[in-house]
Design a protein around this ligand. Structure first.
Ligand code: FES
Ligand code: FE
Length: 440
């Protein structure tokens, strides 16, 4: 590849109207800069409050390449701490989640409270008494932590836009997810699914609102699902999966009409393409759906419940590390590993006050869209690897993102809407944010 040293001037040249230089995907020096300037400064989604609900509970994750601990102390306060012992640097907590009285380092036994305070040092007389009484050996805190409706974010930058300013109108996707839960109660449940692919982290964040690809990338699973007889009944999971696979084969006019919206800072969401057309046409309501609607009406009243159920939103992307499906209660966290390797961790949410059958359906849905053995997800992962391979070749320097360029429409609420549902407006919004972060 023609080498483009990542100075701010060069970075500015990588993003042009309707195209992006392939260096953004394949240059390890640019990846290092992204980890510093984007993942080192932007708000990153860490976890949901239900994952650290109890005093003494903790959750470990990464912010870019930095390991961190989210903990809830005995008084109930939330903390986000770098997962690094202040003695000689060992990572402290290695379980993904759990409860602890203290974090005790595996190397020389230094012990820290859940709020990061150094509590105990074995054989303190070697220091002439307990070291770090002034707090200088406490765990280092991630500078900014904030939550929105139970979703926990943190930023490694001391300064920057507040979480609510940065989320802007994409906050409404979290509202959609929480408001859909009777009583407003949501919890992560059903375990975690994790997969990795051989490609740059941006590929998955770009793909989730790419409404042009399903007919092609997922053609084989669409065909298999169409071949499947409706008369074959499983415990319910099979029907959920077949329905989703068939819907990926929606005709072009459905995708074109969907709608895709972007916000400042690169966030976006797309309309929903799922229909329960056959039942609706017969004027029928599924019994589980009815029970759910009634539970929702208890929380919100009939009119508001109807409004909430009428929201048609599928994937929402919170740039750079989160993608979620508010209606289907699926959430995916993107963890860049290197310029051409990415891990995606996926969670399903349960609505404890909704019919239990809905949670089973959510798990079935998760297995078809997010599970590593899914017939759908595997197509996407193969595609990311092919893109990464192609971009590393000498066959051209530019990635084309001009679909719908010039047709973006201003919406009253500070969002832009793509000319059609298959516009690449979300890619342009992501790269505008990318350029803003990368050229401080
Ligand atoms: Fe943690 Fe020594 S490195 S106690
Ligand atoms: Fe896909």
């Amino acid at each position: 590849m023609d080498s483009l040293p990542p100075s701010p001037g060069d970075i500015a040249r990588l993003v042009q109207p309707g195209r992006v230089h392939r260096a953004a995907y394949i240059d390890p020096a640019i990846f290092d800069l992204e980890m510093r300037l984007i993942f080192g400064r932007a708000w990153l989604y860490l976890c949901h409050e239900s994952q650290v609900a109890e005093p003494g509970s903790f959750f470990t994750t990464v912010m870019g390449r930095e390991p961190v601990i989210v903990s809830r102390d005995r008084g109930g306060a939330l903390h986000v701490l770098f997962n690094r012992c202040t003695h000689r640097g060992a990572k402290l907590a290695t379980d993904e989640t759990g409860t602890a009285k203290r974090f005790v380092c595996c190397y020389h036994g230094w012990a820290f409270e859940l709020d990061g305070k150094l509590a105990e040092v074995p054989l303190p007389e070697g220091y002439g008494g307990m070291p770090g009484a002034d707090g200088s050996l406490d765990l280092v805190r991630v500078p900014r932590v904030a939550t929105y409706r139970g979703f926990i974010f943190a930023s490694r930058a001391k300064e920057g836009p507040s979480l609510s300013d940065w989320l802007g109108p994409i906050a409404s996707s979290f509202d959609d997810m929480v408001d859909r839960a009777p009583g407003g109660v949501l919890e992560v449940a059903g375990g975690v699914s994790r997969h990795a692919y051989d490609g740059n982290w941006k590929l998955v964040i770009e793909n989730h609102n790419d409404t042009l690809h399903p007919r092609f990338v997922h053609a084989s699973s669409v065909a298999a699902a169409r071949d499947q007889s409706d008369a074959v009944h499983s415990d319910g999971a099979g029907e959920v999966q077949i329905k989703q696979m068939r819907q990926n084969g929606a005709p072009a006019h459905v995708w074109e009409a969907l709608g895709i919206w972007t916000t400042e800072w690169g966030h976006s969401f797309m309309g929903d393409y799922h229909t329960d057309a056959r039942m609706a046409a017969r004027g029928e309501e599924d019994p589980v759906e009815r029970e759910y609607r009634e539970a929702l009406e208890k929380t919100h009243g009939a009119e508001r419940a109807r409004e909430i159920m009428g929201v048609t939103r599928f994937n929402s992307i919170v740039y750079p590390n989160l993608s979620f499906m508010s209606r289907f209660r699926q959430l995916r966290v993107v963890q860049p590993v290197s310029v051409n390797r990415t891990v995606v961790v996926t969670y399903t949410f349960r609505m404890p006050l909704a019919p239990e059958r809905m949670f089973r359906d959510s798990i079935a849905f998760a297995n078809v869209v997010n599970g590593a053995g899914s017939l759908v997800l595997t197509d996407d992962l193969e595609t990311y690897a092919r893109v990464q391979d192609g971009l590393a070749s000498q066959g051209g320097d530019w990635v084309d993102v001009q679909r719908g360029l010039g047709g973006d429409q201003d919406e009253a609420n500070g969002m832009l809407r793509g000319q059609t549902g298959t516009s690449e407006i979300h890619l342009r919004a992501q790269f505008a944010a990318w350029q803003r972060w990368m050229t401080p």
